[in-house]
Design a protein around this ligand. Sequence first.
Ligand code: VG1
Ligand code: CO
Length: 585
Amino acid sequence: MASTFKVAPVPTTPIEGQKTGTSGLRKKVVVFQQPNYLHNWVQSLFSSLEALKGSTIALGGDGRYWNKEAIRIICRLAAGNGVGTVKIGQNGILCTPAMSAVIRSQKLYGGIILTASHNPGGPTNDLGIKYNVSNGGPAPESVTSRIFANTKSISEYSIATLPDGTTEDDPFASVDLSVKGTTTFTNETDSSTFTIEVIDSADDYVNLLRSMFDFEKLSALFARPGFSFLFDAMSGVTGPYGRRIFIELLGGKSDCVMRGETLEDFGGGHPDPNLTYAAELVAKCDPEQNPNAPDMGAASDGDGDRNMILGKGFFVTPSDSVAVIAAKAVEAIPYFSKGLSGVARSMPTAGALDRVAKGLGIEMHEVPTGWKYFGNLMDAGRAQICGEESFGTGSDHVREKDGIFAILSWLSIIAYESEGKDKVVSIEEIVTEHWKKYGRNYFSRYDYEEVETDAANAVMSHLDDLQAKMNAARTTPDEPMVIDPTFETKVSVADNFAYVDPVDGSEAKGQGRRFVFSDGSRVIFRLSGTGSSGATIRMYVERYEADEAGQKEGAQVALKPFIDLALRVSKLQEFTGREKPTVIT
Ligand code: VG1
Ligand code: CO
């Protein structure tokens, strides 16, 4: 076994379009497979990091197609750039929250995650790469913009080669990624060492979760005859984690994890836990279609950071989910027993959390879309629980959203609410009680996927014009604005959301056109930053209902006047030619 290597510079030229989106660089696998594509981005990343020499980084992904090949290339570039140790999840697997946990618990310099999250996988689908910094969270824009600048000027990359200088061959090919263990190689050029350590994909993460939740109480809930649970891993990375937690540790039945094998193409599906793409789970949880419907259903996405929570025939919107978790956290979840100082949500997320924050008398923050914006607030101790409407929920135990955390939180709430009662309290009861106390925020999101880029841009500039006109018609700064002559409710804010981070003062502009109505309802439009081709328009609609009698509608009915208005004034259908959205949540 060769235990030495050399480092060689390889000339390259910039490749266009390597800008990090909402959460990493996401492209079709065939794009990543182009000569030098991955090499250029990774070299640009390494070149942008100070103190990389001799550092330890983690590496892993969601098990999708081409993960392993990418891992081999990244190892060679890491060695070529003087990284000391790369810790790789066994078989190249690390779900996104586990990556965050590994970086934090082992105090690593950073980590590279290979995932395109909820985007489909396989040879003709997507791959993604994302860098996380030492707090365990996605790199902030200051880092990603440096990486992007480097991709535009790169002229060579440094890669580890065989001792004879052959650049095609992998000097670390002898390392078996399926076997835990440590292998050290020596750089013949300067006698430094490079170590590859294959680590357990779950240990740090599962230990962290065990320290946060009362697993005994949760096991007792699983053992109650009146409670059943079903978890859908959507053939993504969470299958093995789910089996370990829900079956081995909590005593769930052997069939309480569905689609639990991690498949390179996620079985051909969209590993996105929502009502459209997790339709099989939704049907299983519907007592009208399944007499043995479980009391709680849950799903997570390809890389394990998203979640969907279902009761028996009942869907919990992510905006409600984070609000309920925040409202019950201190009593129901040991990790939060010392209290909360603040919570945060992304701008398009419905305002249910705001009402809880107000009730608890704690700080409330509204950040742009993307988990990276929560990092500073968490580091500064100003937010412990955060959420996004896009099925993202998490807390400051890591710096990524965490699907299994959300599920364990809900199990804890059910266990807490059912303590001493002869019947297990249902998820529907918990949520409707919450609405009674705080009011209900009806919410829906319409996604128009793979729209022509020009058409999507035309919608956005049309909205800019509309907002400019509305603002210009004001005679005083607070005068209510008219969005449409036939629509009675007036608008109090029409802008493109801008955010100033209260911790480091960094600014993020142009984060979504929003129309805030005088009754608190909101309509928001933004372009997705996670797609790999064309453009995706997201339209978000929210309305608040304080009155219990008005809280029993379906969201589409309750929001209809605002949805119709939004489609009309945006001319979305006209510009894109799309009669219907691809996905409604
Ligand atoms: C989407 C969601 C956003 C989420 C991001 C990454 O971004 O809207 O809330 O943080 O995906 O989630 P966009 O730009 O497409 O709207 V994941 O599970 O891909 O890491
Ligand atoms: Co994800």
